[in-house]
Design a protein around this ligand. Structure first.
Ligand code: ZN
Length: 280
């Protein structure tokens, strides 16, 4: 913490002073060695090309693995201190969604539990009152990009700055609170993301388990995925925006959340916002 969060969206050089993760430095060294061998050692060129292709496959694989920390720090669980506090974090993505979010807030309030909403900033611009209500009722709004672009993981440093810094500005302006956590659309990313997050003072947060509730409309199946080995420190991923529908046409989150909150109560667990749960 204590990092500057005052970066503007017009920052001209997002690649300046990159704190490259060790895996990326190893990758750069690997390229230099492979190219050197390919050029200098007779017959080594096919091997050198193969080595570079393999390296790129590994990096791409890491970017396609939302819980991987190969590309930089990635929070997949709350810190150890949260275990003693019996805390879990419920995170709800892709809203705010006027059909769903107000009912989610009522369900949480009825149980006295808190959640973190990874909002899409352009949706917040469409529903600013709803965003302010989320915060006023004690929950947290964090950064899930400006537009939730489907090609997000193919962007470069400038594209990342545009999507993420713009969301920071919108969310701060509307809610009065500057996000400290970021989640990539579908959790997908590439090596250019971490330096941008670092400069914006954002921590990448993924999850311990997810319900796949944008595709799965059966509340029992979503609940089973979320609650397998449920324990303190877990970060659970659900969706109010883009929610799959049950057989009765209801957003599946509205059926799952009461089951989940009951399970937390039975297990003596407390749902807190990420800023609270991440406290050491
Ligand atoms: Zn999303």
């Amino acid at each position: 913490m204590g990092k500057s969060t005052a970066m503007s969206s017009s920052a001209s050089n997002p690649t300046e002073s990159w704190p490259w993760p060790p895996a990326m430095r190893a990758s750069a060294a690997w390229h230099v060695a492979a190219i050197g061998a390919g050029v200098l050692v007779p017959g080594a060129l096919p091997w050198a090309i193969g080595a570079i292709v393999l390296n790129h496959a590994l990096i791409t694989g890491a970017g396609l693995t939302p819980r991987s920390s190969l590309l930089g720090p990635n929070v997949t669980r709350l810190p150890e201190a949260a275990a003693a506090r019996r805390e879990v974090a419920i995170t709800i993505d892709d809203g705010p969604e006027p059909e769903v979010t107000p009912r989610v807030l009522d369900l949480l309030d009825a149980r006295g539990q808190r959640a973190t909403f990874f909002c899409i900033a352009e949706r917040v611009l469409k529903h600013p009152e709803l965003a302010r209500e989320i915060v006023a009722r004690g929950h947290s709004i964090q950064n899930h990009t400006a537009q939730h672009r489907h090609n997000f993981s193919f962007l470069g440093p400038r594209g990342f700055v545009k999507e993420i810094a713009r969301a920071q500005d919108i969310l701060t302006e509307v809610t009065g609170q500057r996000p400290t956590c970021f989640r990539a659309p579908a959790g997908l990313r590439n090596p250019f993301l971490e330096p941008v997050l670092h400069r914006l003072g954002l921590s990448l947060v993924s999850w311990t388990r997810r319900g796949f509730d944008t595709r799965e409309g059966d509340p029992a199946k979503v609940m089973a995925r979320l609650s397998r080995n449920l324990q303190a420190r877990d970060i659970l991923l659900l969706h109010d925006g883009n929610a799959a529908r049950t057989a009765e046409g209801k957003p599946v989150l509205l059926e799952v959340l009461p089951l989940l909150l009951e399970r937390l109560r039975a297990d003596g667990l407390r749902a807190v916002t990420l800023p609270e749960g991440l406290k050491p």
